[in-house]
Design a protein around this ligand. Structure first.
Ligand code: NDP
Length: 397
């Protein structure tokens, strides 16, 4: 019997709500809250169980605390934007509620994400006897679970990991992003960074690439070296790890649009004066681009996200393939939102059923991967294993 408050009602929030509604023995009372209540009401109307809704500005801590004290949830699932993470954590501390999110805090005015801001809440959560689980999406999230599962069952001393995130889907638009455009473009245009021998190595944005022949005849895609937040937590928590890299696929068409948008200043995150008002170009661009939640009915093809780990002379690759159209049939969302929302629900289930418990702030790789892997199988994201090298890292990295 648990009460859960889902904050954020976009592409990911919608999947979280659908998936929580499918597990009524754990999630007995659901509330969906977001800035725009009409979106929450429309989502609640799609669910097979009844869910409450509320309007909340998640940047307003007193407003959040008031809502938490009124609804009295056991857990907040934060699937709003990374900018809100610290405010929601503050409100959880004040109201005495556990916390979960899927994305690292990022300051609005600096396109940079690091765990330091959220890790700084460790003592506060511990003292309050509360638990915060960070990054329970797919990447970050399942990628850490895959890593610890490989360590537990195949390679006790992992030395090297490559996380490879491929989307072989097509939504038919000339240019659109699969999750929040502002967050997506800030992430993709940032400098690349990978972990080597305990240090970070920086590369210019999208300057290192590698083609990847995906399993199951899904085709070959070009993947690009990027910084991703789980590299930081895995570097800290996986003892003996010598190198960790993150790769994401992008089509030439996506990169061509991104380059032009960047060249003309449309991806800037600082305010500019226009007709006497200040606008932030990337926020204006977001208003012009298709809403990621609208891509569901038109996206075809599959995603393939996995982790290749090496150590002790062995290489193991664990991955999931997810079909955009199947996701839409089940929860009216495409696979990017689905692969994020399902692990968010599972992380919540792990916390609420006591399978993953503790006081303080935790990353995904700090818990036993087995119950999470079993839940992935049960709730729509089964993993597969290939016991050999499938991804070739470019020489010199
Ligand atoms: P969307 O933009 O589709 O949805 C964001 C939601 O948050 C909207 O409902 C929005 O409300 C709401 N929101 C924004 N600001 C506030 C606020 N101040 N107060 C209350 N609600 C607010 O984003 P996505 O669903 O695509 O992404 C959600 C999160 O998931 C992001 O943090 C993203 O980084 C993360 N993510 C994680 C992944 C992973 O694998 N770990 C992968 C993909 C995404 P409104 O509609 O009114 O603007």
């Amino acid at each position: 019997m648990s009460r859960v408050l889902i904050i954020g009602c976009g592409g990911v929030g919608s999947v979280v709500a659908h998936k929580c509604a499918q597990v009524p023995d754990v999630f007995t009372d659901i509330m969906i809250a977001s800035r725009t209540k009409a979106n929450c009401d429309a989502l609640a109307a799609q669910l097979q169980v009844s869910a409450k809704t509320a309007a909340v500005d998640a940047d307003n801590v007193p407003q959040l605390v008031k809502l938490l004290k009124k609804f009295k949830p056991d857990l907040v699932i934060n699937v709003a934007l990374p900018y809100q993470d610290l405010h929601i954590m503050d409100a959880c501390l004040e109201a005495g509620v556990d916390y979960l999110d899927t994305a690292n805090y990022e300051p609005l005015d600096t396109a940079k994400f690091e765990y330091k801001w959220q890790w700084a809440y460790q003592t506060k959560f511990k003292k309050a006897g509360l638990m915060a689980l960070l990054g329970s999406g797919f990447d970050p999230g399942v990628t850490s679970v895959y890593t610890t599962w490989i360590r537990k069952h195949f390679i006790p001393q992992i030395e090297e990991i490559d996380i490879v995130d491929c989307n072989a889907g097509n939504h038919g638009h000339p240019f659109a992003t699969n999750f929040n455009p502002e967050i997506n473009i800030r992430e993709v245009t940032a400098k690349g960074r990978y972990w080597k021998e305990g240090k970070w190595v920086e590369t210019p944005p999208l300057s290192v690439n590698q083609s990847f022949e995906m399993p199951e005849n899904l085709g070959t895609l070009n993947t690009y070296l990027m910084y991703h937040e789980e590299l930081e937590s895995l570097g800290k928590h996986i003892k003996g790890l010598k190198s960790a890299r993150f790769w994401m696929s992008f089509s030439d068409n996506y990169l061509k649009h991104l380059e032009v948008l960047g060249n003309v200043g449309m991806t800037r995150i600082d305010p500019v004066k226009f007709n006497g008002v200040e606008i932030v170009p990337i926020q204006f661009l977001k208003a012009l681009l298709p809403d990621p939640a609208s891509l569901g009915p038109r996206t075809k093809g599959k995603t393939c996200i996995g982790v290749q780990a090496k150590g002790g002379g062995k290489t193991v690759y664990v991955y999931n393939v997810c079909d955009h159209e199947e996701c839409y049939k089940e929860v009216r969302s495409q696979a990017i939102s689905y692969t994020t929302g399902v692990p968010a629900m599972i992380g919540a289930k792990m916390m609420l059923t006591g399978k993953w418990r503790g006081t303080g702030v935790f990353n995904m790789e700090q818990f036993d991967p087995d119950p999470f892997m079993a839940a992935l199988e049960l709730h729509g994201l089964p993993a597969k294993v290939i016991r050999k090298k499938v991804f070739n890292t470019p020489k010199g990295l």
